[in-house]
Design a protein around this ligand. Structure first.
Ligand code: FES
Length: 101
């Protein structure tokens, strides 16, 4: 029995804008969920854990796990809680030991 998915598909025909992740230009759908759009674009991981350096990416997609953390304009934010907007400059949060330098 087929059920209706609670997830909405990203419309490939929607307007796309240029954003940058770790210096790589990406064309993402304007207004879509940032974490979802980055995943569709093939971005993984989003960050590394500060203690072990293990790679992390979106897990819950609802703001609970913090595995989707990225840095935008110097602020560490949850990508799953944001929408794609034009010109985002996204980086991974500071790596382990970077704050010690
Ligand atoms: S994916 Fe869990 S907080 Fe964003």
């Amino acid at each position: 029995m087929k059920t209706v998915s609670p997830f909405l598909e990203i419309d490939p025909q929607s307007d796309h804008v240029l954003v940058r992740f770790e210096g790589q230009d990406l064309s993402l759908p304007l207004g879509e969920n940032l974490a979802g759009a980055l995943l569709v674009a093939g971005v993984m991981p989003f960050r590394h854990t500060p203690v072990s350096g293990a790679p992390r990416g979106p897990f819950c997609m609802m703001g609970a796990c913090f595995d989707c953390l990225v840095q935008i304009d110097g602020m560490t934010v949850q990508a799953c809680m944001l929408q794609v907007t034009k010109g985002l400059e996204i980086t991974m949060p500071a790596a382990r030991g970077a704050a010690d330098a």
